[in-house]
Design a protein. Structure first.
Length: 254
C-alpha cells in the first residue's frame, strides 16, 4: 500500500537521477510531515520534479544497519550537534537485491558528503575487513581520527519515494513506515506521518519553500539517533523525546 498518490507526476529514470552531483555533495534538510500536508507537497511541487520509477515501481523498500563504536561515538556527535561528524551504515535495496556500505560525512561547512562501497547482498548488516578498510580510508581523507572497531547497533526499515528535478539539481525523498529495532525495542514513525528530506544547495530550494508555505519546518532528525536515544539510557536527546507519543512511538518487540 502506498501512502501518497504519485500518479500526477511524470517519471524519471535512475541513471538520470544518479548523474547529478548533489547526490553525493549536498545540503540535507529533514521534515516530519503529516500525510495530508505531504500529499499537498507532492501535488504542489513544480512540474520539473519527477518521480523516480524503477521497473514501473515508484516506492522502494530500504533496509539499513547502522554501525558505531562501543561508546556510540557517532550518535553522541549528532546529539552534541558537532559540526564535523560522520555515520557509517550498510544499506539494502530490497526489490533490486543491491547492497552497499555508505559513509556519510558532515564537513563543518553545512555540506553532506556520501561515499559508497558496493557489497554482496549476503554481506549486508556486517562489516568485513574490506568494509572496515573502506571506512578507515574515508575517515582519513575527511580528516577524522581512526575510531577502532565498529559494529552493528540499529536495524532500520522503511519505504521510500524519490522526487527529482535533475536539470536543476534538486531532489526530495519521502520515507513512510519507518521502523527501527534495537535491544528488543522498536521505535516507529507514526503511520500518519512521513519523513521528507530535501537535498540541494546551501540556499533552500523550491521543495523547502513549498514545505515552509505548508507550515512545515526543518528538524535536526536522524533515524539512527532517534532509535538509539530512545533505547539507550545514557543518550539524552530531549529534541527526540518531545516527539514520543505523537510523531514517534516506542514499544517492546512483539
Amino acid at each position: 500500500m502506498t501512502p501518497l498518490d504519485m500518479g500526477r507526476r511524470a517519471p524519471v529514470g535512475l541513471p538520470e537521477v544518479l548523474a547529478e552531483a548533489p547526490a553525493t555533495v549536498r545540503v540535507d534538510r529533514k521534515y516530519i510531515v503529516p500525510l495530508e500536508a505531504a500529499q499537498e507537497f507532492v501535488d504542489g511541487l513544480p512540474e520539473e520534479f519527477r518521480v523516480l520509477e524503477i521497473d514501473g515501481r515508484r516506492w522502494t523498500s530500504y533496509r539499513s544497519t547502522y554501525f558505531d563504536t562501543d561508546d556510540l561515538l557517532t550518535c553522541r556527535a549528532h546529539v552534541q550537534r558537532r559540526r564535523r561528524r560522520w555515520k557509517f551504515r550498510s544499506r539494502l535495496y530490497v526489490e533490486d537485491a543491491l547492497a552497499r556500505l555508505e559513509v556519510k560525512v558532515q564537513d563543518g561547512s553545512g555540506l553532506t558528503r556520501k561515499y559508497f562501497h558496493q557489497i554482496d547482498v549476503d554481506d549486508h548488516g556486517r562489516v568485513s575487513d574490506r568494509g572496515r578498510a573502506f571506512l578507515g580510508q574515508q575517515l582519513e581523507e575527511a580528516g577524522f581520527v581512526d575510531v577502532g572497531p565498529v559494529g552493528p547497533v540499529v536495524d532500520v526499515g522503511y519505504r521510500r519515494a524519490t522526487l527529482a528535478a535533475p536539470g536543476a539539481g534538486h531532489r526530495a525523498t519521502i520515507d513512510h513506515g519507518v521502523r527501527c529495532e534495537r535491544n528488543g525495542r522498536v521505535v516507529e514513525l507514526d503511520h500518519g506521518h512521513v519523513i521528507v528530506e530535501t537535498k540541494g544547495g546551501m540556499v533552500p530550494g523550491p521543495a523547502d519553500t513549498l514545505l515552509r508555505d505548508l507550515g512545515q519546518r526543518p528538524r535536526s532528525f536522524s533515524k539512527y539517533v532517534a532509535s538509539v536515544s530512545l533505547t539507550e539510557s545514557g543518550i539524552a536527546d530531549n529534541d527526540i523525546r518531545r516527539l514520543v507519543g505523537r510523531e514517534l512511538h516506542v514499544r517492546e518487540v512483539a
